[in-house]
Design a protein around this ligand. Structure first.
Ligand SMILES: Nc1nc2c(c(=O)[nH]1)N[C@H]1C(S)=C(S)[C@@H](COP(=O)(O)OP(=O)(O)OC[C@H]3O[C@@H](n4cnc5c(=O)[nH]c(N)nc54)[C@H](O)[C@@H]3O)O[C@H]1N2
Ligand SMILES: Nc1nc2c(c(=O)[nH]1)N[C@H]1C(S)=C(S)[C@@H](COP(=O)(O)OP(=O)(O)OC[C@H]3O[C@@H](n4cnc5c(=O)[nH]c(N)nc54)[C@H](O)[C@@H]3O)O[C@H]1N2
Ligand code: SF4
Ligand SMILES: [Mo]
Length: 721
């Protein structure tokens, strides 16, 4: 029997593709993009196009396993293979695994209290159910420490929300109407590939594409104008652009008067940021800054695709705030194809309370459980007291690869007294430190509800095949654990469909008329913007993009900002309350070439790989074939002064650690900047990855990670570990 099942890609990616899976006699035999999805339009990225290799990989975790050897990478692993190190593991039943976890948890709670247990999850799946529902209910009811999930986007979200009040932005379909497109810290070909066809269509009609990125991405190489910027200086660039725009009267005085708060204070503030002052920080000439500002303000509609690279810096929150002000002062929110997109996730408004049940608590616990920032996992494992962390439950994440200050993370994970459970699809860097490993389903094997952060379509992702081996989804795992702990709240028995219905039963007017039945019939349903304001201004009502039936969604054409004042807040009391400049300012990042002098003169971009997804996919041979790994990209001038030639082994180091990579001298970075890509640690020489060099330092807003504020030194090395 042959069927075609509709699913949605749940990986941590803005595109949330519509997917069609062909199933023959219970086996998935083909994956393709759903051609009817109006944004993702029938194609998949290169890694997910090879998803059958992932689902049916011989390296999948298929059964619960108990550790029978010391914690740490096995020899097979450091030899560079993608291992299922069987000599470290003994297969056990689910009953044995659940009993052992429940017994250990009870003992830890008796001796140290429930906050000695820490859940640790992030972006393995963004499915609404498997991402955050039964797990949150379980750990809430248990009274475990709460996890502050700030590793990715918290600084940018705080910056964006301080101006707009919500994570809303320009629809990707509208980019075809843009005449001037700025891809700002936005690796579109690598991380957001479904936006590219819309940009190409706009360019065929004459639009100009500008890319602002310290790394010459494939997108930068295709741009009409590439502006390599020094890392961590985007806030200064945006301030200088506003200096020019306001100084030359290129702002939209009418929009500003009606829909913004604090313009006079901003006008004063930007006087301190003339292009001549900002040029040395950014590495962009004053002349280019002026040209960029003038073009952006006058070639209309102009749009900014701001992605998360800007906010992975010490000043990332303020920088995002500064960039988010630009469309507010030029009034481009009024135009189809104008505005800015960083995230669209704020539009979905699922009923998160129903999903996560924050009211569940252990009997007797009055205050909320303490919170631990996931960025500081190393610090938490090694130094947290009262109570110390005694158990770590990892799912949908690979902290032994993705967390900053890797050496400290590993030191913590090696603790023999730490009871670690990892729910995974593969034997990752993190399972190498687990006491118990539990097998997890892929999205082929479970049903879920899918939103997006790069468009406005909702989908139900159907289950295509039975779970492989004894794999269980996150929902089913935490349901079973709740039962084992004796939690009898009815919510632990809710079916998947009941949970989907509960999530869609929300006060968000944009979900009106969208229910599970309709989603299963229509596959991808655009949010119901017709129900509320936020529509086209009377002047221009051209149809847009692939979905001509739908009116363009212009979130702030008539104001309607979700801030306390209802205006775009160029002055923010909330920012002031945090002790920061209520307007906006640029503070030179300490760990940068502009900060205080150190022995480490080069700025490192510890970037993601175009063909992996954070550390996911990096173990699959067919995906490895598309990505060159273990490289340090550097500029020829920095290589020359250190006697390094293309292909040499180099040691890259700072006070936190060292790593051995192969030098690539090819012009992707500017002088003073080096770049390397995230990969599994055990697939990197020495079994340490690039996060040995990154720090736990938090960003100015949102307590987020600062993966792109890192200084290092590089030297030629004969030694290959
Ligand atoms: N192929 C692939 N796709 C992915 C991912 C992946 O790992 N691989 N990861 C997913 C995840 S988790 C996320 S959050 C999104 C993130 O996607 P993006 O928001 O695009 O995030 P990054 O790749 O971190 O950074 C984007 C770009 O910012 C640049 N950059 C670094 N520092 C600065 C700076 O100071 N200023 C400027 N202007 N640019 C800077 C980087 O060189 C990079 O090209 O992508 C998702 N999609
Ligand atoms: N140096 C450096 N470090 C970074 C970044 C960077 O740019 N540079 N980016 C940061 C960013 S933006 C992010 S978002 C984080 C991402 O950090 P993570 O979310 O930890 O990302 P992944 O490495 O993709 O690990 C996800 C794991 O979840 C597993 N998984 C997938 N689906 C499921 C499921 O349904 N259930 C369970 N139990 N497991 C599942 C996958 O097999 C995979 O091993 O990394 C951060 N780390
Ligand atoms: S990772 Fe992103 S681009 Fe690739 S299939 Fe999934 S949603 Fe689409
Ligand atoms: Mo992320």
């Amino acid at each position: 029997m042959k069927t075609v099942v509709h699913a949605a890609c749940p990986h941590d990616c803005p595109d949330a593709c519509g997917v069609l899976i062909t199933v023959e006699d219970g086996q998935a035999t083909k994956i393709q993009g759903d051609p009817e999805h109006p944004v993702t339009r029938g194609f998949l990225c290169a890694k997910v196009a090879k998803y059958l290799d992932r689902v049916y990989s011989p390296d999948r975790v298929l059964y619960p396993m108990r550790r029978i050897a010391a914690k740490g990478h096995s020899d097979a692993a450091s030899a560079g293979k993608s291992p299922a190190p069987t000599q470290a593991w003994q297969r056990i039943t689910w009953d044995e695994a659940l009993d052992e976890i429940a017994t250990r948890f009870r003992a830890i709670i008796t001796e140290f209290g429930s906050e000695a247990i820490l859940p640790y999850s992030y972006g393995g799946t963004l499915g609404a159910l498997n991402g955050a529902s039964m797990d949150r209910r379980f750990f809430g009811r248990l009274g475990a420490s709460q996890l502050e999930r700030a590793i990715c986007s918290a600084a940018g979200e705080a910056g964006l929300i301080s101006v707009l009040g919500a994570k809303l932005g320009t629809e990707p379909e509208q980019f075809v109407h843009s005449r001037y497109i700025i891809a700002w810290a936005s690796n579109i070909h690598g991380n957001n590939v479904h936006l590219w066809p819309f940009i190409e269509e706009a360019r065929r009609k004459g639009a100009k594409l500008v890319v602002i990125d310290p790394y010459r991405t494939r997108t930068a190489a295709c741009a009409d104008w590439y502006l390599p910027i020094n890392p961590g200086t985007d806030g200064a660039l945006a301030l200088a652009m506003m200096h020019v725009i306001i100084g030359e009267g290129l702002h939209d005085a009418d929009y500003v008067a009606k829909h913004t708060l604090g313009f006079d204070a901003l006008r004063e503030k930007v006087k301190a940021y003339p292009p001549e002052r900002v040029a040395p920080w950014t590495g962009i000439s004053a002349e280019d800054i002026r040209k960029l500002a003038r073009e952006y303000a006058t070639v209309r509609p102009s749009v900014i695709r701001l992605n998360y690279g800007v906010q992975r810096s010490e000043g990332g929150g303020m920088a995002t705030r500064a960039v988010a002000m630009l469309p507010c002062i030029i009034g481009s929110w009024k135009e189809v194809g104008g505005g800015l997109q960083m995230s669209t996730s704020g539009a979905f408004g699922l009923n998160k309370i129903a999903l996560t049940r924050p009211d569940l608590k252990p009997e007797g616990l009055q205050r909320p459980a303490r919170s631990v920032n996931m960025v500081e996992l190393g610090k938490a494992l090694n130094t947290l007291d009262d109570p110390p962390l005694k158990a770590l439950f990892v799912y949908s994440s690979n902290p032994a690869a993705v967390c900053p200050n890797h050496n400290e993370v590993i030191r913590g994970l090696e603790r023999p007294d730490l009871f670690t459970v990892v729910h995974e699809q593969f034997f990752t860097d993190t399972t190498d430190y687990a006491d118990i490993v539990l097998p997890a389903t892929t999205f082929f094997e479970h049903k879920d509800l899918q939103t997006a952060y790069g468009h406005y379509f909702v989908q139900v992702s159907d289950r295509a095949i039975e779970p492989l081996g004894e794999c269980r989804s996150n929902v089913e795992l935490f349901r079973a654990l709740a039962m084992r702990m004796g939690f009898d709240d009815p919510c632990f028995r809710e079916s998947i469909d009941e949970m989907i219905d509960g999530a869609l039963d929300s006060e968000n007017p944009w979900l009106k008329g969208i229910d599970r039945g309709r989603l299963q019939r229509e596959r991808q349903v655009r949010l119901n913007f017709a129900e509320t304001g936020a529509r086209l201004p009377a002047s221009g009502s051209q149809a847009i993009g692939a979905d001509a039936k739908a009116e363009p969604f212009l979130p702030f054409a008539h104001g309607g900002f979700r801030t306390p004042s209802g205006k775009a807040e160029l002055y923010s009391e909330a920012i002031k309350a945090q002790g920061l400049d209520p307007v906006v300012e640029f503070i030179v990042p300490q760990e940068s070439r502009h900060g205080k002098k150190t022995a480490f003169p080069l700025e490192l971009l510890a970037r993601k790989a175009d063909n992996f997804l954070n550390s996911s996919f990096s173990n699959l041979p067919s995906v490895q074939a598309m990505e060159e790994t273990n490289l340090l990209e550097m500029h020829s001038s920095d290589a020359r002064t250190r006697g390094i030639r293309d292909g040499d082994t180099v040691k890259v180091y700072n006070n936190r650690g060292e790593i051995f990579l192969r030098a690539r001298v090819d012009g992707a970075v500017q002088p003073g900047v080096v770049s390397a890509r995230l990969n599994w640690a055990k697939l990197t020489p020495g079994s340490r990855n690039i996060n040995v060099l990154t720090s736990e330092k938090l960003s100015d807003l949102g307590n987020s990670a600062t993966f792109y504020s890192v200084l290092v030194e590089v030297e030629s090395s004969k030694f290959i570990p």
